[in-house]
Design a protein around this ligand. Structure first.
Ligand SMILES: *Cc1c(COP(=O)(O)O)cnc(C)c1O
Length: 337
């Protein structure tokens, strides 16, 4: 398995740090480390940057002058795509689906939306439940008819090309752990469009690392989430020339922490945001990393990680926080001493 056979733009800040979380570990009674993929560089960072290194290299190789992608209003993927497009001199158009129904001003114009626009991207809004894949194809065809060379990136950058970024992350994490003599018993992270987990599982299996990867769901129910990850992992392994290396049982998702739905903050997620912020000085986001961390915290409290060393992969997302300010009651932080 040789990643350098695939075109890649080296724009991410790698390797990302692997750090102990001492106060959180003490609080939860198990050893928890964090892999800081919230620090990948491009436009405040996040997990899409690793995928975009491969996707945007492919766009460049195809002579594209415009990229299109889609996601929810506060898509982190859209913001990171917009930043890559700016860096490479491409136009960028992002189709945004209203998956929450929030009328809140900050949700609709602040956070990632503000950053999309600052990077020069254009955005277009669609109601929730719309067929966004079809809508994006229509939009791309419109631009192609005008003579543009459009490269279409699926939601979340989750296809075999994007997943290569997380095969690379698996290599990177394992080599950091090996160099430091750090045995990893479990890798936990938030899973959504599935490219992150598919890439990690493919990389971990191809290296025969025996590190179990647990995805904490943010949208789909468990059978659907696991199937999505497994299907993409199989295609990714095939692309890499190691078809069959991922077994169905290597794909594990826990979807108990989704709450009422995608993009809707949960009580356990808000608690996770406060714990990471107050104990470790690390920012999570309500849509993804907080739900992943809520799973980590709850499973740790239930003794699931007893005597284990767990690595939490921080997939980023804090740029969305100012779009979700209504989810936090911080009135008691104003005091007169
Ligand atoms: C997109 C995203 C995820 C989920 O990653 P997938 O590859 O889509 O499964 C997790 N966390 C954050 C912050 C994200 O933006």
């Amino acid at each position: 398995m040789h990643l350098a056979r695939f075109p890649r733009l080296h724009l991410a800040h790698l390797p990302t740090p692997l750090e102990p979380m001492k106060r959180l570990s003490k609080e939860l009674g198990c050893e928890i480390w964090i892999k800081r993929d919230d620090c990948t560089g491009m436009s405040t960072g996040g997990n899409k940057t690793r995928k975009l290194e491969f996707l945007m290299a492919e766009a460049e190789a195809q002579g594209a002058d415009m990229v299109m992608t889609q996601g929810a209003t506060q898509t982190n993927h859209g913001r990171q795509t917009a930043a890559f497009a700016a860096k490479l001199g491409f136009d960028c158009h992002i189709l945004l689906e209203d998956r929450t129904g929030y009328q809140d001003g900050n949700y609709n114009t602040n956070g990632n939306v503000l950053l999309d626009h600052l990077h020069g991207a254009t955005t277009e809004k669609f109601p929730g439940g719309h067929n966004m894949v079809e809508e994006m194809e229509k939009a791309a065809e419109k631009k192609r008819a005008e003579g543009r060379n459009v490269y279409v990136i699926p939601g979340g950058g989750s296809n075999p090309t994007g997943a290569l970024g997380y095969v690379n992350a698996a290599f990177e994490l394992l080599s950091q752990a090996n160099d430091r003599g750090l045995r990893i018993d479990r890798l936990v992270h938030a899973t959504g469009s599935s490219g992150t987990q598919a890439g990690l599982v493919t990389g971990m299996c191809a290296m025969n690392s025996l590190v179990p990867v647990l995805g904490i769901g943010t949208r789909a129910p468990q059978p659907k989430q696991e199937q999505m990850v497994y299907d993409l992992a199989c295609k990714t392994a095939e692309k890499l020339g190691c078809a069959g290396v991922v077994k169905r049982e290597d794909v594990m998702a826990n979807t108990d922490y989704v709450g009422e739905g995608y993009g809707l903050p949960t009580e356990s997620g808000i608690e996770a945001i406060r714990m990471f912020a107050e104990l470790e000085g690390i920012l999570l986001d309500p849509c993804y990393s907080a739900k992943g961390a809520a799973g980590l915290i709850d499973l740790a409290r239930k003794g699931e990680f007893k005597d284990q060393r767990v690595v939490f992969l921080h997939t980023g997302g804090a740029a969305a926080l100012s779009g979700y300010d209504f989810a936090f009651d911080n009135a008691n932080r104003w005091v007169n001493l």
